[in-house]
Each structure stands twice: as C-alpha cells, then as structure tokens.
Write a protein that binds this ligand. Structure first.
Ligand code: OKP
Ligand code: ZN
Length: 346
C-alpha cells in the first residue's frame, strides 16, 4: 500500500510526561514510527514523502487562533527564557473550565497553553510544530491519492491526531490528521465520508470537529470513558447535533473487553457505515486495542489486526488509513502492517 511517512517526526521528541504526580518517560515516542517504517519496508510497501501542503485544509478543521498559537508556541516558550527553557518542556497549569472565559487570549504564555490544551499530558518539544504539520501534510497527501483513484493509502505519522479538537491539543495530539484526510476527501469530490476510529481511546477531537455535520459520519469503538481517557466525551448518547444529528455513533466497551466482543461491536460500526452510502472511508488506526499495550485494556492479538484489515476491505470503499495510538512500540510495526496486508489481500 502506498504510504506517506513523516520525515520530520523525530523532531517531536519530548522526554517526559506525568503519571500520578511523577515524571515518567513519554509513551508516545519516536521509536513507535521507526518500528512501523521498518515493518513496512520489510514487507515491501513503498514509502513516499508528503507532497501536499495541508494548510488550506487545516484552516477548515482548526480555529485560526489555535493554529497561530501552535505554529509559534515553542518560540513563545523560548522567549520567556532562551537558555533555561531550551531544555525544559512547557506544561499548562491552569485551564478555562466552566464559568471561565475562553474568548480572550491571555498575554501569559502558560495561560495561553492552558487555553489551547485539554490536559497536561501533551508535552511539546522544539520540533513539534514541524512534525505535526508534516504529519497533516502526509494525511492530505494520502487523501489526494485516494481522491485520484487509488484504492487505499496509509499515512504513517506521529504525533497522533484524534484528540486534537477545533481549538485545542490533548492526548499527545496537536493537529487532527484524520479530520484533515476526511476534509480533504470532501474538498476533492467525495460527497460523504465515513470516519471509523478504532483507537482504544475515544477520538474526542474528531467527534467535535464533525459533530454538527452530516457530510462526515464519525463512528468510534473505544474504552468506556467512565474509566478510560479522555473521560469527558465518548458516551453512547452522543449522537450529533443540528444537521449532524444521527451522524455520530459511539460504541464504548468496558476495559478488559475480549477480541470476540470487540469484533461484534465492529459489526455494528459496519452496519452504520454501510447504511451511510459514503464515497470514501478514513480509518483512525490506533493499534492500542492490542493485548500488550501498556496503557490500554482491550485484548486484540496481532493476528486480529489482519482480520480487521480484511473486514475493512469488505466495505468496498476507497480508504485512507491514518496512524493514531499504540504504545507497545516493538509490536506496532507488525500490527500496523497486518491491517494493511489484511486489507490488500482480502
Ligand atoms: C492517545 B491516543 C498514561 C497517560 C495517558 C492519555 C492517553 C492518550 C492516548 N500515563 N494519557 O488515543 O492513543
Ligand atoms: Zn489511543
């Protein structure tokens, strides 16, 4: 399968995140994508650099003031203390929750960082903007291929994107690559796009971007937000709003769900997508439903990812795969390429 990789992903290499008040090494690390690229090469998939500028599409799925902030965030951080901050990661410490105002941008950098973040679990580094932008370019490039008639394409990138909303980062995500792919497909002639998110974590950002729209159907299988990140979105009663009502389907499953039950829920997703008459499909391909994932609690085996690819192929739609999560880094390559090979061999 044609793969667009992200030549700049290694510039996004924050060192630590927080877990229960302690600093721990980042789970979302460059080695993840190195393993996927290695597996792609080993199984003969061709890899290309992005060849589309996603800027116009980014402006359709993210707010201008958020994009403006993100693009220069690292320079703004350095401006506070060019020497000390070069080796320190910025973290938000205050957020505009209920009753506080989010319409006025504070002058204070850390306050702005909180305004544009949903958590303190999304560390930045010097190369974050360049890496995130190149990833969005890879998503737009994969979408362009599929719009031009390719059966499928894979966007192999990190940082992931599905937690990034219209105007905020979160959950290791900065720019919503899957939303870019879906919007790019719409721009290039697809009347309806189905977006299926199989990452363990609910794609709150993607849901929010398309919540009031009927031209992009969002369907997600994920750990129940009562116990799993992102906690504050992803329940079954979220069905869309306005003309988007009926075009959002959440299938939350309890932590510990078996592969058999997961595939049963996948059939419900297929039924909804089948009834939508989409012209194209985007898969938010998180691989953290894997039994060996260190931060997730579903139980898919590596062979189940082949089965997932086979099942997705039977929808018969032009398909863009976009890499999201998956933190069992050494197995990530096998699991990702199993999906692609299952899809191509079905
Ligand atoms: C991103 B994606 C664990 C912290 C977990 C949030 C998880 C983000 C998952 N110590 N932080 O959906 O795979
Ligand atoms: Zn995830």
């Amino acid at each position: 399968m044609i793969t667009f990789h992200n030549p700049l992903h290694q510039g996004h290499a924050p060192v630590h995140e927080f877990f229960r008040g302690e600093r721990v090494p980042c789970f979302e690390k460059p080695a993840r994508v190195d393993y996927v690229e290695e597996a792609l090469r080993a199984r003969g998939h061709s890899m290309l650099a992005p060849d589309v500028d996603s800027s116009p599409v980014l402006a359709q799925v993210h707010a201008p003031r958020y994009l403006g902030f993100l693009q220069t965030a690292w320079q703004q951080w350095l401006a506070l203390d060019p020497v000390a901050n070069a080796t320190v990661q910025p973290f938000p410490s205050v957020w505009p929750v209920r009753t506080l105002r989010s319409d006025v941008e504070p002058d204070n950098f850390v306050a702005r960082l909180g305004l544009y973040s949903m958590d303190n679990g999304t560390p930045m580094a010097a190369g974050t903007w360049a890496a995130a932008k190149a990833g969005a370019d890879a998503a737009a490039s994969a979408a362009a291929r599929v719009a031009q008639g390719d059966r499928a394409a894979f966007c192999c990138t990190r940082p992931p994107g599905h937690h990034a909303g219209p105007d905020f980062m979160g959950g290791y995500c900065f720019l919503n690559n899957a939303a870019v792919a879906a919007q790019a497909l719409r721009n290039q002639g697809a009347r309806r796009v189905a977006l299926l998110d199989v990452d363990y974590h609910h794609g709150n950002g993607t849901q929010s971007i398309f919540y009031a729209r009927d031209d992009v159907l969002f369907v997600s299988l994920h750990g129940d937000p009562r116990t799993e990140y992102p906690f504050y979105l992803g329940h079954a009663d979220e069905v869309g709003e306005g003309k988007g009502t009926g075009y959002n389907l959440n299938l939350p499953l309890p932590a510990g769900t078996s592969a058999a039950t997961w595939f049963e829920a996948l059939e419900q997703a297929y039924t909804r997508i089948g009834g939508y008459q989409a012209d194209a499909l985007v898969i938010s391909l998180g691989l953290d439903a894997f039994e060996g994932d260190p931060i997730s609690r579903f139980a898919l085996a590596s062979a189940d990812f082949t089965r997932l690819g086979e099942r997705l192929a039977r929808l018969g739609l032009p398909t863009v795969f976009v890499l999201e999560g998956g933190y069992a880094a050494a197995e990530l390559g096998t699991n990702a390429v199993n999906v692609l090979d299952g899809f191509e061999q079905a």
